[in-house]
Ligand binder design. Sequence first.
Ligand code: PEP
Ligand code: MN
Length: 377
Amino acid sequence: MILILSADTDTQGEAYRQLFQQLEKLPNVSARVHQVSGSQQVLTEIYLIGDTSALSLEQMQALPCVERVVRVSQDYRILGRHRDESRSSEFEYNGVRFGQDNLNLFAGLCAVDTPKHVEMMMRALSEHGLVCTRMGAYKPRTSPYAFQGHGKDCLPYVFELAGKYGIRVIAMEITHESHIREIQAALDDTGHPTGIMLQIGTRNTQNFELLKAVGRQQEFPILLKRGFGITLEESLNAAEYLASEGNSRVVFGLRGMKTNLGDPHRNFVDFSHIPVVKRLTRMPVCIDPSHSVGIRAEAPDRLPDLMHAAAQGVVAGANMILVDFHPNPAQALVDGAQALRLEELPWFLDDMQIAREAYERRVARAERHRRENAQQE
Ligand code: PEP
Ligand code: MN
């Protein structure tokens, strides 16, 4: 059960103290406080854990500071979309809003290689009014002999260049808890010119200790990628780990499933799960067409498979696109085979806009259908 406190609740105040006095009297129920940063304000929510079946909504609603009470099902207690609720599913970070109703584009380098390429990428983004990017510094590689990313050494110039070109959020994968501190230190050293969305890659979706560590920090929002060989339910539970540790600013990423049935694509595209994730949870949903499709092959209509897949995701209501670009894919140290070229960026943006407009028209059409049918009843 979740108690949502009124927005003006003073957590140092008398009413709040009284609320806790009452909660402590409940047998076999413990209370856990969550601060939820929405786009407007910070809300306090109290999670009642344990035997809450005997508690009535009315009884809880009458407690001091409580504005609303939500009875949650067992699954995805914090991130889930529960039956009797309309809690907001959005958050804002560094001036960028993430929700189930909008779309943010994160085009960038799969892996940081040279300052020159980082700058070319950032400049191209800013020329097109984009404020988010992806930049890999810590790369989990299949072979121990493959390039592992420049790690913390590249962070100062990546952050400074992001600041120079007005980039507000960089999605950056981390593979170890210590990387959070390295990112924090580099942001401090460079004067916080940009923001970071910590990315948990598909290989770490069920690295529970990493999830707990990332969930414990409140500074950065998180992009959690679906595990490539586990069920959707298992991946959504992984997201819930983050929230249960205190950070519910989580975007859920679809990036294709590992199976040869998807050949010749690198992974089997799973973007048809976008509406499923939105129905089951309140998380914005990201698609990664690059790591799903994995090749630059194009169809007879002259559109790359990768853009077809991205458009399919956007037409189905994706909220974020993570996509690999590179100024010179032949020189990329990681995943050059799937990188779009910088000169393709305006084309890609136009294509995604066409797809987004189609999605919005589809939503409006569905709404019209619903209204018309309701009138007939
Ligand atoms: C990536 O985005 O760079 C990446 C390694 O993705 P994934 O975890 O989906 O393989
Ligand atoms: Mn990659």
